[in-house]
Design a protein around this ligand. Structure first.
Ligand code: NAI
Ligand code: MG
Length: 472
């Protein structure tokens, strides 16, 4: 077991100023696999000072001077993809196939996309008698969650560095090891000291100190809505910009005339992926009442194919959830839904058979779910699909829009035009049309309480820029 006692600050691994440490658990074995410092206000202060000291010089670099180390970072991510994937398997429990393709593969694509975006971005434009410049926002605090730990780091840190910002990263307690690997790659890529800094620690200590630090200009956060609200309050007092990527309760709406079998099968795969720990997961399947029982039967058959098991096996499609607390939370939503009158189609709150160890949850399909139930309103973050019936299109739209969230969604119809027309009326940041695939260049972010701001693509770069105009 590795016991780490350092933080990456000012271009080097420095001994932590914190006395405590955080144990990192493997959720499949429940064994402690490493420990990292539980950094507090002192480590955060040192990191912010380092980022502040580096900000002016890094912010004044040319596009080419930023592209060179960013290209080496992308190449490092490519060279170490397998190690990254194995680290995410160990600390999060994502199955190795998914971890390789998505947990480690997606960040590689996102990092690459920012090389192209930076190469082509117009940092200067003429408006009447003015020249308008896009300048870096300054020192960025990046606070990330555990569910896509490397992707969420890359989706913040890479565009921030491309924009000319300097960064202090505070990764989630559950997944600090892939964050340390990322810091090592930043180091090897040869960025100037202080441009990127890493502080591991607990949310209420290191996270809160970072969000409140007067040396931070912008806080970019992904995680729960409750913590996002607190961060926005604290940042507001300091007049800091915030970008928030929060929870979701996304609807998959199957309109009459759509390919029901495909729509339901894709939905089950979507909600089981990463053990349901995806903020944009389609956790509500909305089907016309005439097709309801047919949809339930298709979902039951599809969910039955996912057998929870060892995430290091390439044949495993469903691993454990991240920790014991998350497992209890998911089980609580399942028993709560049944108590409210939902029908258990497959799965359930009991531990899966034959798995004495590990934080496993059965893939679960719930029918007869009504819009007022907690399971239809709140983020579960587990492999649980709720199926709701609608009477007509207006009713489907009312249900789809009837939560406080608006992160993602999906519409299936007989043709793309019909589906797109419905999608335009949904209060949500992204919608997949008839199975349209995830696009890492498309702006990602929420309407309503799902967040503020957008990540990925050109919009993601612009989060880290501010505007100056010179009048001639
Ligand atoms: P969380 O919101 O507590 O953690 C996310 C990050 O925020 C972590 O780095 C954590 O250390 C930090 N944090 C926590 N308290 C903080 C504070 N007071 N100030 C600054 N930073 C703080 O999420 P948690 O507790 O791990 O998961 C609970 C639920 O949140 C999940 O079940 C899920 O519903 C939701 N969630 C949503 C995510 C998304 O992608 N939108 C990601 C993770 C969780
Ligand atoms: Mg928490």
């Amino acid at each position: 077991m590795q016991e780490y006692s350092d933080q990456y600050i000012g271009g080097e691994w420095r001994p932590t100023l914190a006395a405590e440490s955080i144990a990192v658990l493997n959720p499949a074995t429940e064994q402690v696999i490493a420990s990292v410092p539980a950094g507090g206000a002192e480590d955060v202060d040192a990191a912010v000072r380092a980022a502040r000291a580096a900000a002016r010089a890094w912010g004044a670099t040319s596009r080419e001077e930023r592209l060179a180390p960013l290209t080496r970072l992308r190449d490092g991510l490519a060279a170490r993809q397998q190690e990254m994937a194995e680290t995410v398997v160990a600390e999060l429990g994502s199955p190795i196939g998914f971890a390789t393709a998505v947990q480690a593969g997606l960040p590689l694509g996102v990092a690459g996309s920012y090389l192209d975006i930076l190469a082509g971005y117009e940092f200067e434009e003429r408006v009447g008698t003015s020249t308008v410049f896009a300048e870096p926002a300054g020192v960025v605090a990046a606070i990330t969650p555990w569910n896509y730990p490397l992707h969420q780091i890359v989706a913040k840190v890479v565009p921030a560095l491309a924009a000319g910002c300097t960064v202090v990263l505070k990764p989630a307690e559950d997944t600090p090891l892939v964050a340390r690997l990322f810091a090592q790659l930043v180091h090897e890529a040869g960025f100037p000291a202080g441009v990127f800094n890493l502080v591991t620690g607990r949310g209420p200590d290191a996270g809160a100190a970072l969000a409140a630090h007067p040396g931070v200009d912008l806080v970019s956060f992904t995680g729960s809505t409750a913590v996002g609200r607190r961060i926005a309050e604290v940042a507001g007092r300091g007049i800091k910009r915030v970008a928030l990527e929060l929870g979701g309760k996304s609807a998959n709406v199957v309109l009459p005339g759509a390919d029901l079998t495909r729509a339901v099968n894709v939905n089950v795969a979507n909600v089981v992926a990463n053990s349901g720990q995806t903020c944009s997961a389609w956790t509500r399947l909305l089907v016309h009442e005439d097709q309801y029982e047919e949809a339930v039967a298709i979902a039951a058959k599809a969910a039955g194919k996912y057998v929870p098991g060892d995430p290091t096996e390439s044949s495993t499609g469903l691993g454990p959830v991240v920790n014991a607390k998350q497992r209890e939370r998911v089980r609580g939503y399942i028993t709560g839904a049944l108590a409210e009158g939902a029908r258990l189609v497959v799965g359930g709150a009991e531990a899966p058979e034959g798995l004495a160890q590990g934080y496993y949850v059965r893939p679960t399909v719930l029918a007869d779910v009504t819009p007022d139930m907690a399971v239809a309103q709140e983020e579960v973050f587990g492999p649980v699909l709720s199926i709701l019936a609608y009477r007509d299109e207006e009713h489907a739209l009312e249900i789809a829009n009837g939560t406080e969230y608006g992160l993602a969604g999906s519409v299936w119809a007989a043709d793309d035009e019909t589906a797109a027309a419905f999608a335009r009326r949904m209060d949500t940041g992204q919608v997949h049309i008839n199975g349209g695939r995830f696009n890492p260049l498309a702006p990602f972010g929420g309407y309503k309480k799902s967040g503020v701001g957008r990540e990925l693509g050109r919009h993601g770069l612009e989060e880290f820029l501010q505007t100056k105009s010179l009048q001639f």
